[in-house]
Design a protein around this ligand. Structure first.
Ligand SMILES: Cc1cc2nc3c(=O)[nH]c(=O)nc-3n(C[C@H](O)[C@H](O)[C@H](O)COP(=O)(O)OP(=O)(O)OC[C@H]3O[C@@H](n4cnc5c(N)ncnc54)[C@H](O)[C@@H]3O)c2cc1C
Length: 286
């Protein structure tokens, strides 16, 4: 196995493009190293992206925020401003594993591991995040909801990797929230996850919203019908009921030892409603 740690995006892309056999990006390694030790993957080339400045930076960009793909959850939590603007994204990244795991686990790794239950992905999709990809043919942007196609299947072409995520500019009175259900208090995979981002006007009416659900389909879902159910109102009880119904209608979950189909569908509605109420409460106070 060959290990490389390039210092530029271009040299990483060139290494990946020239690879013979399986090549993998290494970010925090909290999925990749576990999979290698369990003989699930056996890459011929590992490209560690943590020495590339762009993948490790958090900065303001075009009125929004750019977060490097190899920034960890712990680093996001310690950022002085990000938590105020995107509390849902930061809280989702900080539900991943334990304190130790959060010191390694990155947003790029969470997305590119290709799990429908990945915690930061519904929050990123609700935020309207766009992934910037790089490969041998240059760079391109892709909305996060279009990156994952199914379990372990990504829309990235051979040799492409995620350099960073761009979170769009925030209007006043906007906020977000992420909630997940797990059978214990921490260190478990989401049985259901729900991310909601919304904006209200000065009178408290919701003018924009995005709702995303994790672990209820082969990929993390953007659910426009759930957003439409709450836009134009003040999230009163009938709107909450419509939101719950739309969230449930979008679910096509699996049945496994951690949750039945019926349970996951029920919980998806409940979490979408609760996340929307938290996001609304936060939007009122920013
Ligand atoms: C004890 C434990 C608890 C965990 N708990 C949770 C949890 O609660 N919630 C949760 O969602 N996950 C959890 N995980 C899974 C894991 O920690 C997360 O998915 C994490 O975000 C992965 O990030 P990483 O930087 O460690 O990725 P890595 O392991 O470095 O990479 C993961 C995969 O993505 C690829 N990759 C990484 N970065 C990029 C990139 N920029 N572009 C293209 N491909 C890339 C790698 O090649 C690899 O295939 C847990 C893992 C452990 C070991």
């Amino acid at each position: 196995m060959r290990y490389e740690a390039p210092e530029t995006v271009e040299s990483a892309a060139a290494l990946l493009a020239g690879a013979t056999g399986e090549a993998r990006i290494l970010a925090g390694g909290t999925d990749l190293l576990v999979q290698m030790r369990s003989d699930i993957v056996d890459p011929a080339l590992i490209v560690d992206i943590k020495r590339i400045t762009e993948t490790r930076a958090v900065s303001e960009d075009k009125g929004g925020w750019r977060i490097g793909a190899a920034v960890t959850g712990a680093e996001l939590k310690e950022h002085p401003r990000l938590k105020q603007v995107w509390p849902g994204v930061v809280e989702a990244a900080n539900l991943i594993g334990s304190t130790q795991v959060q010191g390694r686990a990155t947003l790029g790794g969470n997305l590119c591991n290709g799990s429908p239950a990945a915690d930061s992905v519904p929050a990123l999709i609700a935020a309207g995040a766009v992934a910037t990809l790089a490969g041998a043919r240059g760079r391109r942007d892709l909305p996060v909801e279009d990156v994952m196609l199914g379990p372990r299947k990504l829309a990235l072409t051979k040799g492409e990797f995620v350099v960073s995520f761009w979170l769009p500019p925030r209007l006043p009175r906007s906020s977000d929230a992420y909630l997940r259900f797990i059978p214990r208090t921490e260190m478990d995979i989401a049985v259901v996850g729900a991310g909601v981002s919304l904006t209200i006007d000065a009178g408290g009416t919701i003018t924009a919203a995005r709702v995303s659900l994790g672990a209820v389909a082969p990929r993390v879902l953007l659910v426009p019908e759930a957003a439409s159910a709450i836009i134009g109102g003040r999230l009163d009880r009938p709107a909450q009921d419509r939101l719950e119904a739309a969230a449930r209608a979008a679910c096509v979950p699996i049945d496994d030892k951690r949750g039945t189909v019926e349970f996951r569908i029920q919980v998806a509605g409940v979490l979408a409603r609760r996340a929307a109420l938290i996001a609304l409460d936060r939007a009122r106070s920013v």
